[in-house]
Design a protein around this ligand. Structure first.
Ligand SMILES: Nc1ncnc2c1ncn2[C@@H]1O[C@H](COP(=O)(O)OP(=O)(O)O)[C@@H](O)[C@H]1O
Ligand SMILES: [Mg+2]
Length: 186
């Protein structure tokens, strides 16, 4: 339980981890945490979310290096294009786009913002177009700072107990909850 500090200073709760603003998914509600025992489980999660994704969606992929953000994005993109689609990590290109058959004219934008210097540089990679016409998958979304849209799905990937185990913590803005229920995920 939080206890008011006797000197009127900040209220602290033992054991509570305070994260700096900007690294925390703001504006989204927790929808659940799932265990992903191997890469196939991460791919299956991505495929189920891909099945309910629509134009204008923003999916922020949080997590450190090697946690599976690109594995997730690749499976998502293949689910909406074709299973053999070449999906390189956008480590150096920073963004890759993929036309999808449905809805017509829609593109998936796969961003990797690890190397960008700040929110403006990240935004200049084509976020206007991505938000207007596409579906956005964003690795290292913290780089967008306050430009990260509030209306989004957050997937936080973390390493688990074994080398191939990950956990995915999912939170979403209102609207995502019903869609994830439809996907059998909430
Ligand atoms: N459960 C898992 N989910 C996703 N990737 C996993 C899992 N277990 C092991 N891996 C491995 O971890 C690596 C994740 O790489 P990648 O997706 O490129 O990470 P990131 O994009 O987060 O830096 C891949 O080599 C993948 O095979
Ligand atoms: Mg990656």
């Amino acid at each position: 339980m939080a206890a008011p500090a006797p000197d009127g200073g900040p209220i602290t709760t033992p054991g509570l981890r305070i994260m700096p603003l900007g690294t925390m998914p703001l504006g989204t509600m927790p929808l659940g945490t799932m265990l992903l025992p191997d890469p196939a489980a991460t791919e299956a999660l991505a495929e189920r979310i891909a099945a309910v994704a629509v134009r204008h969606d923003v999916i922020a992929l949080w997590g450190g290096l090697g946690t599976g953000k690109t594995v997730f994005a690749r499976a998502f993109i293949r689910a909406r294009t074709n299973r053999n689609e070449e999906v390189p990590s956008p480590t150096f290109t920073l963004v890759q786009t993929y036309p999808v058959p449905s809805p017509p004219g829609c593109l998936i934008y796969h961003f990797d913002l690890y190397r960008v210097e700040g929110p403006e540089e990240a935004w200049d990679l084509g976020f206007d177009e991505a938000l207007a016409d596409g579906v956005s998958l964003i690795e290292w979304p913290d780089r967008l700072g306050s430009l990260l849209p509030q209306d989004r799905l957050d997937i936080r990937l973390e390493r688990g107990a074994t080398a191939t185990c990950r956990t995915a913590t999912v939170s979403g803005s209102p609207g995502w909850q019903s869609r994830l229920r439809e996907a059998g995920l909430a």
